[in-house]
Ligand binder design. Structure first.
Ligand code: HXC
Length: 525
């Protein structure tokens, strides 16, 4: 069914009048004045947002007449049918979704018992129907007047976010305030989109922080879109305005299956599977210390215009996102030699591991582009737990049972090579480019350790070191020892990457793997 039929009426005038009145009241939310105030802040209302998000005319509202039963602190005079949440289902790009939006015009979108019941109902429906659920957040947190009933409401939502995790995709859009414990519902979902300048998320606001730690900070710096997209890693997208935020959700859903039983969707095929981009052959500099843009490789290999980067401002030494190969939706995981030479640090480890788990939960094959010089050295990295965080990548790639394809574009050094979906942790297909250096470590480092004494004793230690480095590089810094051992499946010319990946994906489309029976593993968190 594509669109709503126009409003229809029953036969009895008296019934019609009552229902029409209630519907109109529900549609008006907190009233004209508050709608004006909402617009005055540059924000859409909950209903306008839902209309902008969904396919035209597809939204079917439910529980629009639910009303709070609370009466304390003047709540007996604040009765609104719908009570601060607009909830329902409909379609995005022709595919079914469930959605809810906090209505800031009703008591600042504060979240009480009815709000909780409505959100839980829509999440239960989404799980039963096997469709994604999208939450549009803009509210002042727990409805203070409802006391612990608000806490109960939030708790039930958190519980359902957890149950729904890995069952249906969950997306949160933050379009206004989202503070206190309220942040934990979005935090439990798969993707968070925030609007710059107007949305914010924090556990405790500037005033509390000032009292407790004497730090002075404004709301935007503390918990605005860029704070979370670039620094904390809480948000996956920071966008300019509400329209862009809602469009981001529509775009994102195109790459995802509706639930964990479906395969990742196929898009219309728009690019030649045999396209071989000769520019790829010269993108990686011959000098191993020189950087290059891994995104250039990703966009040339994948279907043209299909790469959608996620968390582009956070841990930029790593890259994650969705793309398509011959129409098939895939998850891309990569290192970015332009930032910190692509070394893996704590943030990059968290970012990549979480994304790998999402792809695995929702049957999205993973393509890894690896240029792995090592884990980032440093006292702060060690003391903040790079061991614990780095272990997440190994864990995530090892347990992922979706098709896993890997391309080693240049360095593959030591542990950081193993963790980036190498053959040793059971990637299905590993290709290396001819300039790949798969070794325990780089030539400079290896020579410094192996020949420290010999070099010191030479008449010209600089020349001696240079010669040993050249010898080591010639012998070990190449892909052929790994290829000879079967640790890479083939050494390929860079321009062959696209057809080779597409063929491997086609082979592995119905991949079956048996994992040992367990309740769940104990991932190092
Ligand atoms: C009840 C609330 C409310 C709330 C706002 N309102 N927050 N009503 N409970 N939590 C009401 C206001 O009283 C006001 O009503 C209307 O909503 C609009 O609010 P304004 O303050 O006029 O709007 P604005 O200036 O835009 O500021 C928005 C705001 C601010 C930043 C959200 O209202 C605010 O700081 N609210 C309190 C936030 C908070 O501390 N929440 C509780 C967090 S604790 P009138 O009738 O005057 O227009 C929490 C625990 C959750 O959430 C734990 C879950 C596990």
């Amino acid at each position: 069914m594509a669109q709503n039929k126009p409003e229809s009426e029953g036969g009895h005038e008296v019934f019609n009048t009552k229902l029409k009145g209630l519907r109109n009241q529900s549609k008006l939310g907190g009233g004209e004045k508050r709608i004006e105030a909402q617009h005055g802040k540059g924000k859409m209302t909950a209903r306008e947002r839902i209309d902008a998000l969904m396919d035209e005319g597809s939204f079917q509202e439910i529980n629009g007449l639910m009303t709070s039963r609370h009466t304390d602190f003047g709540l007996d005079k604040e009765k609104f049918p719908g009570d601060g949440i607009v909830a329902g289902f409909g379609k995005i790009n022709g595919r079914r979704v469930c959605v809810y939006a906090q209505d800031f015009t009703i008591m600042g979108g504060s979240f009480g018992e009815v709000a909780g019941q409505k959100v839980c109902r829509i999440m239960d429906l989404a799980m039963d129907a096997g469709v994604p659920v999208i939450g549009l957040n803009d509210g002042g947190g727990a409805r203070i007047q409802e006391g612990i009933f608000s806490l109960y409401a939030y708790g039930e939502v958190f519980y359902r976010n957890t149950l729904a995790s890995g069952v249906v995709p969950q997306i949160s859009v933050i379009l206004g305030p989202c503070a206190g414990g309220a942040v934990y519902s979005p935090a439990l979902t798969d993707f968070i989109v925030m609007t710059k300048g107007i949305s914010n998320m924090f556990i405790t606001g500037p005033e509390v922080i000032k009292t407790v730690t004497h730090e002075e900070v404004d709301t935007e710096t503390l918990g605005g879109a860029m704070a979370h997209a670039a620094t904390s890693g809480v948000a996956h997208f920071a966008v300019e305005n509400e329209k862009e935020a809602l469009q981001t959700v529509r775009d994102l859903l195109d790459y995802l299956p509706a639930n964990n039983k479906e395969s990742a969707p196929m898009a219309e095929i728009t690019d030649d599977p045999w396209r071989m981009d000769k520019e790829l052959d010269s993108l990686v500099p011959s000098n191993p210390s020189e950087g290059y843009d891994m995104k250039d490789i990703i966009t040339r290999v994948c279907d043209q215009g299909s790469f959608m980067e996620i968390m582009s401002n956070f841990a930029q030494n790593s890259i994650i996102g969705f793309a398509r190969l011959h129409g098939q939706s895939v998850g891309i995981v990569a290192q970015q030699p332009l930032f910190m030479a692509g070394a893996i640090d704590i943030d990059a480890a968290d970012k990549m591991a979480r994304f790998v788990r999402f792809c695995d939960a929702f049957n999205v094959p993973i393509v890894t582009f690896s240029d792995s010089p090592g884990f980032l050295p440093g006292v702060s990295q060690e003391h903040n737990g790079i061991i614990r965080h780095g272990a997440k990548i190994v864990y995530a790639f090892s347990e992922a049972s979706v098709p896993k394809l890997t391309v080693v574009t240049r360095k593959g050094y030591g542990g950081a090579y193993i963790v980036m979906s190498s053959k040793h942790i059971h990637s299905d297909m590993v290709f290396a480019w001819p300039g790949a250096e798969i070794a325990v470590m780089g030539a400079e480092g290896a020579v410094a350790i192996l020949y420290r004494k010999e070099i010191a004793e030479k008449a010209d230690p600089v020349e001696a070191r240079k010669q040993l480095v050249a010898e080591f590089r010639e012998k070990f810094s190449n892909p052929y020892i790994a290829a000879g051992a079967g640790f890479v499946d083939d050494v390929i010319f860079p321009h062959e990457t696209r057809p080779r990946l597409i063929a491997a994906l086609e082979l592995l489309r119905d991949k079956q793997t048996q994992m040992p029976a367990k309740k769940h593993g104990c991932m190092p968190l």
